[in-house]
Design a protein around this ligand. Structure first.
Ligand SMILES: [Zn+2]
Length: 202
């Protein structure tokens, strides 16, 4: 299967949300799809993320886990990031139980890092950073806890992705106007055309 990790797949705007968005249609059990069901997609995502998240991290290498345990730990990070911020986006709050779980899982992945690696929050430095995908996603998520950032996290009504709305007046309605925005527009058009057809028939 040739699946492309293109710019659209990185509509989340920050690594933490892009990682959460490796599951599509989260709020619809029938359509829900996990891109990491095929473990070969994990290193492909890590490689593409280093390119598309250059604006968040500067020059960086994200190491994808290789072992089954490593992949499970990454998925744990992904799922707790999703729970915490999906709830935050819907209710403008940080739930204590999700937050505690997030810190616990994050502490574990950070504890697995090479001890001399600098684990500061994402920033544009001249030095190439080298860290695991799970630790990087946790650090990216920590930065979102700032209330000014937290209030910019939204849920796309079409694909259910989480995204960081950087628009000046926080007016973005879709993860990606060119994909989900257009699909919604086409659907409205289709529904309208059905309405007209019905009228003609009558
Ligand atoms: Zn979307």
């Amino acid at each position: 299967m040739s699946f492309e990790w293109n710019a659209h797949r990185f509509s989340g705007g920050v690594l933490a949300l892009d990682l959460a968005n490796t599951v599509i249609f989260r709020e619809d059990r029938k359509r829900c799809l996990d891109r990491f069901a095929d473990p070969a997609e994990v290193p492909r995502f890590a490689e593409a993320a280093a390119i598309f998240r250059n604006g968040e991290w500067g020059r960086v290498r994200f190491h994808a886990p290789k072992s089954q345990d490593g992949i499970k730990a990454l998925i744990d990070v992904r799922e707790v990031v999703n729970r915490l911020f999906r709830d935050a986006a819907g209710h403008a709050r940080i739930r204590a139980d999700y937050f505690s779980e997030f810190l616990h899982i994050g502490s574990n992945v950070v504890g697995e890092e090479w001890s001399e690696e600098s684990l500061g929050l994402p920033s544009l430095s001249d030095r190439i950073r080298d860290l695991s995908l799970g630790a990087a996603a946790f650090l990216s998520a920590l930065r979102l806890l700032d209330p000014a950032r937290l209030e910019r996290i939204k849920i796309c009504p079409n694909c259910h992705w989480l995204y960081f709305d950087e628009s000046r007046n926080r007016s973005r309605r879709w993860c990606d106007m060119n994909v989900c925005g257009n699909r919604a527009k086409a659907r409205r058009h289709y529904v309208r055309s059905l309405g007209h057809a019905g009228n003609d028939h009558a």
